[in-house]
Design a protein around this ligand. Structure first.
Ligand SMILES: [Zn+2]
Length: 242
């Protein structure tokens, strides 16, 4: 935990809660201080210049910690508003599937630069994607990397129980993919296209499969991976229609 009174960091705005006429409590995923709740002071002219209404968007933040351990924004400058996400409703919906695990799973306080960079890359890639499918293709690899980052990683090409390479489903309780025979006996197995997940893992493959990947298959994979990830933290999956 950073203990200086004045500090600065880059941060991606994930949530904004109105606490008064002009004051807001803001949740940022920061580069140096993990998930951080900060207050935008209503009487600060500099803070007023940013209205913090576009979620997600990235700022450089100059922060001040009071003796009572409250953190205020002294100044901020916009680094990346992910402008196209806020112009295109389908991109916004897709980006909420990047944002949701950050808000629900990440614990405040722990510094996590990897997570900051991973989510910044995901938001930027959705922002600059050319189509709805291209944006959606970014979500499965993000969820798989996130699961691994939090210690719930799994092999993408073999059954968690028997090692068979013919995997069909994913199970939260078994911690990975299962073959057809094994998934029959597992109550929480959900069908999931492991081959598709493998193909989404690199940008070259994503480009290659772009033209023939169906939205329905992709959304089903995203739902199964979200269920897997959120189950590990005993949280409900995001209720965001894709
Ligand atoms: Zn098996």
């Amino acid at each position: 935990m950073v203990s200086e009174r004045f500090f600065e960091t880059e941060g991606i705005l994930l949530r904004a809660v109105k606490t008064g006429e002009r004051s807001r409590s803001l949740c940022f995923l920061t580069q140096n201080s993990g998930l951080l709740w900060v207050l935008a002071r209503p009487d600060s002219r500099k803070t007023q210049s940013a209205d913090f209404s576009c979620i997600p968007s990235k700022y450089h933040l100059y922060l001040y910690r009071t003796t009572g351990n409250r953190i205020y924004i002294r100044e901020s400058s916009e680094k990346n508003p992910y402008r196209n996400i806020h112009r295109d409703y389908s991109k916004l919906k897709t980006s909420l599937h990047i944002l949701s695990p950050l808000v629900k799973i990440v614990q405040p306080g722990a510094s996590d630069e990897f997570l900051f960079k991973l989510s910044d890359r995901a938001f930027s890639a959705i922002d600059s994607s050319d189509s709805e499918i291209a944006a959606l293709l970014l979500v499965p690899p993000y969820l798989a990397i996130l699961a691994k980052h939090f210690g719930f990683g799994f092999p993408l090409d073999s059954c968690k129980k028997c090692g068979s390479s013919d995997v069909r489903s994913i199970s939260s309780s078994e911690g990975g993919f299962l073959c057809a025979a094994c998934s029959d006996k597992i109550f929480d197995s959900k069908s999931a296209d492991a081959k598709l997940l493998q193909m989404t893992m690199t940008s070259e493959e994503r480009k290659r499969i772009l033209s023939f990947t169906g939205k329905k298959t992709l959304v089903a994979l995203i739902k199964s991976l979200e269920l897997y990830l959120f189950d590990q933290f005993s949280k409900n999956t995001p209720d965001i229609y894709l």
